[in-house]
Design a protein. Sequence first.
Length: 533
Amino acid sequence: MVHIPGTDRFLFMERPSGYHPDDSTTIAGFWDGPTTKWTHVFSPDGLFCCGHVLLDTGDVLIVGGHQANAGYPDGMKSVRTFNRSCTDLALRKRRDMGWRRWYPSATLLPDGRVLIMGGTQGVGAGTANNPFWELYDPRTNGIAPYAMRAAYLDGANQVYYPFNYVLPSGLLFTFCGRYGYILDWTTNTWRQEVPKLRGCCTTQFPFTGTSVMLGLYPENQYAVEIMLFGGSREMTTRNLSLTANRGANRLRLFWDAPTQSYSFQGWEEEYMTTGRVMPDAVLLPNNKVVVLNGANAGLAGDSASGGDSRANFPVLYAELYDPDLPKGNRFRQLASTPIARMYHSTACLTPNGTIIVAGCDRCYRFEVYPGWEFIPSPSKAEYRVEIFTPPYVYNVVPKPSIVRTDSDTMPYGGSFRLTYAFPSAVGGGPGGAPIVGARGAASFPPGGVGNGGVGSLRVTRAVLVAPCSCTHSYNTHQRLVGLTILSDNPATGQLTVRGPPDINTAPPGMYMLFLLNGDVYSRASWVTLVRPA
């Protein structure tokens, strides 16, 4: 699922299943939040297990996929785009990559090119991991291969599907399973090894966990913290009932400008309220993380016995991670859903700060803990869509509202003016639509979330949040960047902020601009960061 920038629409892509409620055989389309309308989109080839990211133009880039299947040609080498205007109802193939890729990671770089890394050359775990990463330039449609670090590749004992983040230094953080590196992608220099993940478990497919980079803020010089959530033991290939990992690991990176290198505090482990394999993690505008979806036992993927789920005991409730609370008190349970979300589930932040939750493959037959209420999927593929509402959305009295912005583009390092007001209108689903099928409210007292309670009508922070590109339990485009407030006139609602310092801290492209009052946040306005001439 990919959030189409500038809209309340979400592009969906899937395997050819034949289970569509309208009997269609298309494998792509977009869902419009305000109307809940679905529009089919043509795909030139197989998209199952593709990777994707958003370009700086706002268009969607989709790479790799599946072998020929169900009438769709082989898409494992394909590079495709989808235009954010949604007027061209087709994915357009641009070219082939040099290598076949199933489960690739795609990362937008500060110069507008896309780093394509990982994946296998065949379908399924155990097929050859890809020994090259590729650099795609959407402006020239050119592509160039670069050799992977052999030791990194050898550490991937299943599918090589890394979590990648562009760092404020311009270098790339890449991590897979238990191993990671700092990569200078401009020269293919593997600069530093990241501390190894110790303990029981890994996050690599099919022992799948998830990851986020916490918010980057000017007051701490855009310091980097990487989170890993969930996963499982490598031995679960022989024990599908083994409980998933409860671990949540946090790594702090410290940049030393004179040596142009990082030092590391080391992974700090704490524990979620339950173990999760195949979770999703959504970074809220207030830098808190909603962890949801996944199962308490088993693996990602399909069983060899006929395409059923390899996981059991879906985790039906969400939980909140607050990085600012003391260790041991950072997780709390939120509300539950009756719909299982395991393999091929997704979750994305919407412009009004709710979370759209969709998908689940092979989710019609599995074991559930006694007493857990759920509604089984009518078929192997799950087509119901939900809106999860974090508690901060309900606290409407102190919620700021963006009335207008002076421009739809924000300059790097320059001033940007907007007008805000209190209180905002009561929101709902994406686009202000009524919430349909939502069960996401936690029991927080009115006015009691964070320091933005009733009577405290002020803007405490402004942030940019990148639109979502979520697949296989990882959002490849997730990013939160805090902005410096230069001036604020509460009497007139005039606010001036400074844009991000450079293209490494916030790569060019479209972002959602949120205002916060404590932990409570506004509905977003769209702004574009344009690369300096």
